[in-house]
Write a protein that binds this ligand. Structure first.
Ligand SMILES: Nc1ncnc2c1ncn2[C@@H]1O[C@H](COP(=O)(O)OP(=O)(O)O)[C@@H](O)[C@H]1O
Ligand SMILES: [Mg+2]
Length: 152
């Protein structure tokens, strides 16, 4: 599948990238966000969730694992699995129910939920480069591929 690589010079650029993706996302959709602590996964998520129409803050659901949003008709679930100790915890929270036909799921640290998460439609990896960031984005499914092809 086609890979998109680009740099994000500062925090504003990361937020703008989230804003841009908001223009093409529609459910059902699963986005995996990879990259070290502080890479900008939550910053990107904030840009995406706020551009979808959420007026308030977007905080990392580090302790609760998931933060739900209801934005107009759209259900958005923002996961942060950094503190997930045992993937079985995902079973207990009924993880499968979140990934439904009418939801957008954004997952930070998806590697911690390996084997229990559905396939991602879009993979985004953010890496530190000098004082900015470098992004590699790739579709994981035909749905993701179709959405990414709408980006300019
Ligand atoms: N493109 C960028 N270049 C430099 N700093 C950035 C960039 N994007 C975000 N940041 C900064 O890096 C940090 C990212 O934090 P956060 O989004 O919480 O990361 P993560 O969720 O990946 O742990 C914030 O302090 C933010 O201001
Ligand atoms: Mg985060």
């Amino acid at each position: 599948m086609k890979q998109y690589s680009f740099s994000l010079a500062n925090e504003d650029a990361t937020v703008a990238f989230g804003n841009k993706l908001a223009k093409v996302v529609k459910p059902p959709l699963t986005i995996f966000l990879e990259g070290d602590l502080g890479a900008g996964k939550t910053t990107f998520s904030r840009g995406l969730i706020q551009a979808l129409g959420h007026p308030g803050a977007v905080k990392s659901p580090t302790y609760t694992l998931v933060e739900p949003y209801e934005i107009n008709e759209l259900k958005v679930f923002h996961f942060d699995l950094y503190r997930l100790m045992d993937p079985e915890e995902l079973e207990f929270m009924g993880i499968r129910d979140y990934f439904s036909d009418d939801s957008l799921c954004i997952v930070e640290w998806p590697e911690h939920g390996q084997g229990l998460l559905p396939q991602a439609d879009i993979h985004i990896e953010i890496q530190y480069v000098d004082s900015g960031r470098e992004v590699v984005m790739e579709a994981g499914t035909p749905i993701g591929e179709a959405l990414l092809s709408q980006l300019q």
